[in-house]
Write a protein that binds this ligand. Structure first.
Ligand code: APR
Length: 231
């Protein structure tokens, strides 16, 4: 089976009603990232950080996967699909994809500040005083700016084996995630799906589809499924 990697960003979930970060009206227009999404913010005002992620968790729980999420789940029936997402929502999983790697963490999981390896499923608000058994405060299982992206090695391994890559809804602004595509094979067949211009390294087989995810991803998936039928 041919290997497909889908590398997604906030634009993947935009049509599910979840705000992106850097579009007009994006999250970083209403919140100072240094006050809510850094280790320093946590030390300075953990209550504000918890409230910020509680708000985002509520939005994720109210959102539904969109046609693009479902199309990628459909692709898994005919291709070996790995999703590598920068998103902390669970919409790829809820749409049915079974192999999803979260580079920036998962909002529906928490971990204690003293033991990052024990993950706890969380669908409720996290408050100060919510602790693990050892009495250490719980925090969102999300990668803050300045923290290491521990899943990057696994992501590089996956994309280096990809025959086809779909890049969906990311401004490719945040490293190391934004550099992932440079680990793909030089002749990889790559589709870039985004309504805006995205600054991409020039790849030999790059097709840019300037549209939203639901329209663009379904178009590419239909094409890839038809290709398999034709074989
Ligand atoms: N369909 C597809 N793409 C869309 C849509 C849509 N309906 N709407 C917007 N986009 C595109 C925008 O044009 C932009 O290129 O989605 C991208 C969103 O970019 P960002 O807001 O920068 O989000 P992202 O690239 O995922 O940010 C990366 O930055 O703040 C951190 O940790 C956070 O994971 C996030 C990382």
């Amino acid at each position: 089976m041919r290997n497909v990697v889908v590398f997604s960003g906030a634009g993947m979930s935009a049509e599910s009603g979840i705000k992106t970060f850097r579009d007009s009206g994006g999250l970083w227009e209403s919140y100072d990232v240094y006050k809510v999404a850094t280790p320093e913010a946590w030390l300075e005002n953990p209550k504000l950080v918890l409230e910020f992620y509680n708000m985002r968790r509520k939005q994720v729980l109210e959102a539904q996967p969109n046609a693009a999420h479902h199309a990628i789940a459909e692709l898994e029936k005919s291709y070996n699909v790995h999703v590598i997402t920068q998103n902390i929502d669970d919409l790829h999983e809820r749409a049915g994809n079974s192999k999803v790697l979260h580079l920036h963490g998962e909002i529906l999981k928490a971990r204690s500040i003293s033991n990052p390896d024990v993950l706890i499923d969380v669908k409720h608000d996290l408050k100060l005083g919510d602790c693990d058994e050892s009495g250490s405060q719980l925090r969102p299982h999300v990668v803050w700016f300045g923290e290491s992206v521990t899943e990057m090695g696994s992501a590089i391994k996956l994309i280096s084996k990809a025959d086809i890559v779909l890049i969906v809804g990311t401004s490719l602004n945040v490293y190391p995630a934004a550099g992932l595509i440079s680990a793909a094979k030089p002749d990889v067949l790559c589709y870039l799906i985004d309504p805006a211009e995205v600054n991409m390294p020039n790849l030999k087989n790059l097709e840019v589809i300037k549209s939203g995810a639901t329209e663009g991803v379904t178009k590419v998936v239909d094409h890839l499924l038809a290709k398999i039928e034709a074989i």
